[in-house]
Design a binder for this molecule. Structure first.
Ligand code: HEC
Length: 106
């Protein structure tokens, strides 16, 4: 019986990690960032996955990205200047998005 439960738990966790593969941009990111950023292809701005890769392994990723998003401008992608706060995102919305982007690197 115990073995059966362990097996069920293993199958369940597999299913959960399977779901994690289909990532959805948070709603706020679609309205205030999505005009310029897509999940995995370059549109007006770099893709969120490319941004995540740039900051991968950087323990200050969240604070650095937050500073970039709040200030706007150019960060070396040589694309165009990003408007400060994207499309008027609040601090809380920026936090949601930056943490989402940082999570993509894992
Ligand atoms: C009007 C278009 C536009 C909008 C809206 C926009 N961005 Fe950007 N973003 C850009 C561009 C263009 C760049 C690349 C700038 C460069 O060439 O260095 C960029 C770069 C970034 C970077 C990389 C910063 C770095 O240090 O490398 C992050 C993070 C980012 N955007 C997050 C966001 C978030 C979060 C939002 C929504 C709150 C958002 N952006 C909304 C155009 C936009």
């Amino acid at each position: 019986m115990k073995k059966l439960i362990v097996t069920i738990a293993a199958v369940a966790s597999l299913a959960v990690s399977g779901f994690a593969l289909s990532v959805e941009i948070p709603a706020v990111g679609k309205t205030k960032c999505g005009t310029c950023h897509a999940l995995d292809k370059k549109t007006v701005g770099p893709s969120l996955k490319d941004i995540a890769a740039k900051f991968k392994g950087d323990k200050d990723a969240v604070s650095k990205m937050t500073a970039s998003v709040v200030k706007g401008g150019s960060f070396g992608w040589k694309i165009a200047a990003m408007p400060p706060r994207g499309l008027n995102a609040t601090d809380a919305e920026i936090k949601t998005m930056v943490e989402f982007i940082a999570g993509l690197a894992k």
